[in-house]
Design a protein. Structure first.
Length: 171
């Protein structure tokens, strides 16, 4: 239970309920933390895109959608070397990605981590084909994978350093 005041200040995390006349009210928070197996299944489900957050050179944030796959615990995606994402990832070696379910009861996984970057086309092609299979289907996977595993693209592995995974946020 979280108890709020009229100005929405959190004042109590316990089970105590204050009288209504005090101006305070108690809200039950029913969202549940996902286990590692649950968050891995959640981010791998269907064709949910990741929202990749990087930092511009001036420190301001940048967020862009990406197609990705889960490989072990790493989120794997490709991006152009000369895109804002590519330049930011090479400069900082860090990023965050959020994957969410936009339908009630709403759930999300946010992964913060370190980025390992490669321009090795032999390593990029199988990953690119797997990513394409997830989003475009097996019939188009090879064509899309080959289209995206080309010179000027980067293969990125986001290795988690912190994961926040919440299920059923609105329940």
């Amino acid at each position: 239970m979280i108890t709020f005041g009229l100005q929405n200040r959190i004042v109590s995390h316990d089970q105590e309920t204050l009288p209504a006349s005090s101006g305070w009210f108690t809200v039950s928070i029913m969202a549940e933390r996902m286990t590692e197996d649950e968050w891995r299944a959640f981010v791998s489900h269907g064709t949910r895109t990741g929202k990749l957050a990087t930092t511009r050179k001036d420190g301001s944030p940048h967020v862009a959608p990406v197609w990705f796959i889960l490989d072990g615990s790493d989120l794997v995606f490709t991006t152009g070397a000369d895109t804002l994402k590519g330049r930011s990832l090479r400069r900082t070696g860090r990023a965050a990605m959020c994957v969410d379910d936009e339908q009630p009861p709403f759930s999300f996984v946010t992964v913060e981590g370190t980025a390992t970057i490669s321009d090795d086309l032999d390593a990029m092609l199988p990953a690119s084909i797997s990513i394409a299979a997830r989003y475009m289907g097996p019939e188009q996977a090879e064509a899309f994978g080959r289209r995206n595993a080309v010179s000027g693209e980067l293969l990125v592995r986001l290795t988690p350093t912190n994961v926040v995974a919440m299920a059923r946020v609105s329940d």
